[in-house]
Design a protein around this ligand. Structure first.
Ligand code: SF4
Length: 500
């Protein structure tokens, strides 16, 4: 085919019509563009000599090389650092931290159909959905936003493990080289070194941003489901979020704390339909990108809120804690010497301190729990089904689902990209393990669990695979059934609480 456009479609029973239509539309767009360019005899002509941009650390300073051979600091005003969206809160908060550290950082708005289309047009469509969307995001920005003299640094996390995640950054670099896009570099921090790349001060601030965005995401979801006037609640939430971002840019913890206190107070005044501990809550677990990204999860938080459920999404902090856990237990490629071990211990203490503090401040809103995340419990609950040596997301999905159900949630939805390996593994395990005996085994002496589970055999669980298109009818029907079962379990949980 040479450079001629081609399209390959593979179908199975998960494929939605809308997904196929988008691919065909994207293909037709490419064909038209190809015909136009061939007519103009420009073809796909690119500049002859091409030097790709690269990010590097020189004398501890992050630098970027330009396509005309210069090397400039990443804080140079010509450099723009772009973050793909993984849910707007997470991307905006980390961007604020980078801006506060002197970088010209931007969060790309959440993915939409156009981004998905560009992503699909520039991949084989067999890749994982997060890769397709992040590819679409990069190209969308380059086509529509990037200034001519701008040096773009695209943030793309990476890590090793039993799946394709480590290939994302490599794919992006290949794409830039293949399309000969000048002055665009990819920046990665690896989870194997617990994101040590940018120094301790930065790591600490990054941790604040993760904790705050995680908690705010849950608050948003509770407000959506339980505020008497959700539109007004979202307006207040948006204003407060903006204030928090402004303080995050200062990098001053005392200022951020003060702002969080004011936010918690204001949010606590929003009129609610019923006390927060009486709202049915669904735990959303699964692949980290899809469970956070609005398009990938097809606005499931909003759909569940309309049905009266608050959705508590597994936090991003879980992955950070887990990365540290794998380093500590020697499950990653990163080994620590004695000095490193001491530093690691101190870092863990600090992380615990900030987590407790931030959660306790925001819990004053009455909309979110103050309980710190216990990664050891999550792993312990998963280990009867999956070895802790198999590092990756599957163990977290299994462990979180079993930890949350009945204890905090009346149902669990596990969501991931179509064909995601860790997600399929956890789905296979959870579809058998979500039952009374397994849950009781996680905390055999807990009287609340015992009382609730006397009358319940199977626990509400739904696994969803997303390719970014609207969910097919089958999934929507399953979601309805799941909600009925979750509501029933919630009723049982409430009855036991009343009797206690
Ligand atoms: S976790 Fe799933 S979606 Fe992410 S890279 Fe691995 S296989 Fe792909």
């Amino acid at each position: 085919m040479g450079r001629k456009p081609s399209l390959t479609l593979e179908l199975d029973n998960h494929t939605a019509d809308a997904g196929l239509e988008t691919r065909i539309e994207a293909f037709l767009d490419i064909v038209s563009a190809y015909r136009r360019l061939t007519k103009q005899q420009k073809g796909l002509q690119m500049p002859k000599a091409f030097t790709e941009s690269r990010v590097m650390i020189r004398n501890g300073i992050p630098m970027v090389s330009t396509s005309d051979g210069k090397t400039i600091p990443m804080t140079d005003p010509r450099v723009c650092m772009l973050f793909p969206s993984m849910g707007n809160l997470a991307s905006e908060s980390i961007t604020a931290i980078f801006r506060g550290s002197g970088y010209h950082a931007k969060a790309h708005p959440p993915s939409d159909e156009a981004v998905l289309k560009i992503g699909r047009a520039n991949t084989s469509c067999k890749e994982c959905l997060p890769l397709i969307l992040t590819t679409g995001t990069l190209l969308n920005y380059i086509r529509n936003e990037k200034k001519d003299d701008e040096i773009l640094v695209y943030f793309m996390p990476t890590g090793s493990g039993p799946c394709r995640f480590g290939q994302y950054a490599i794919f992006m670099e290949d794409l830039i080289r293949r399309l000969k896009i000048p002055n665009v570099a990819v920046m990665s921090l690896t989870s194997d070194n617990s994101y040590l790349g940018l120094g301790n001060g930065f790591q600490k601030k990054g941790w604040w941003s993760v904790l705050i965005s995680d908690a705010m995401e849950d608050i948003r979801s509770v407000l959506l489901a339980n505020a008497i006037d959700p539109d007004n609640a979202m307006q207040i939430f948006g204003e407060e979020w903006h204030h928090i971002l402004t303080q995050m840019e200062t990098g001053e913890y005392s200022l951020i704390r003060d702002r969080l206190k004011k936010t918690a107070l204001r949010l606590s005044g929003i009129p609610l339909k019923k006390p927060v501990n009486q709202i049915p809550t669904i735990a959303l677990v699964g692949e980290i990108f899809v469970r956070r990204d609005h398009l990938s999860r097809q606005f499931i938080t909003e759909t569940l809120a309309e049905k009266g459920f608050a959705t508590i999404c597994s936090p991003i902090a879980e992955w950070m804690r887990y990365s540290d856990y794998t380093v500590k237990k020697g499950l990653s490629n990163y080994t620590l010497n004695l000095k490193g071990k001491i530093g690691f211990l101190i870092k863990e203490l600090h992380m615990g301190h900030y987590e407790k503090d931030i959660k306790s401040i925001l819990s004053k809103s009455g909309l979110v729990h103050a309980e710190p995340l216990n990664i050891e419990t999550v792993i312990r609950n998963a280990v009867p089904f999956i070895s802790s040596d198999l590092a990756g997301e599957a163990i977290l999905t299994v462990g979180s689902a079993l930890t949350e159900v009945v204890t905090h949630a009346c149902g669990v939805i596990s969501i991931g990209p179509f064909g995601c390996m860790p997600n399929r593994l956890s789905e296979a395990i959870l579809s058998r393990a979500m039952n009374r005996d397994v849950k009781l085994a996680t905390d055999p002496k807990n009287p609340f669990l015992k009382a609730v589970l006397t009358e319940v055999e199977d626990l509400p669980f739904l696994a969803i695979e997303s390719d970014g298109s609207p969910f097919p009818q089958l999934i929507n029907a399953k979601l309805e059934t799941f909600c009925l079962r979750a509501k029933r379990l919630h009723g049982r949980m409430m009855d036991v609480k009343k009797l206690a």
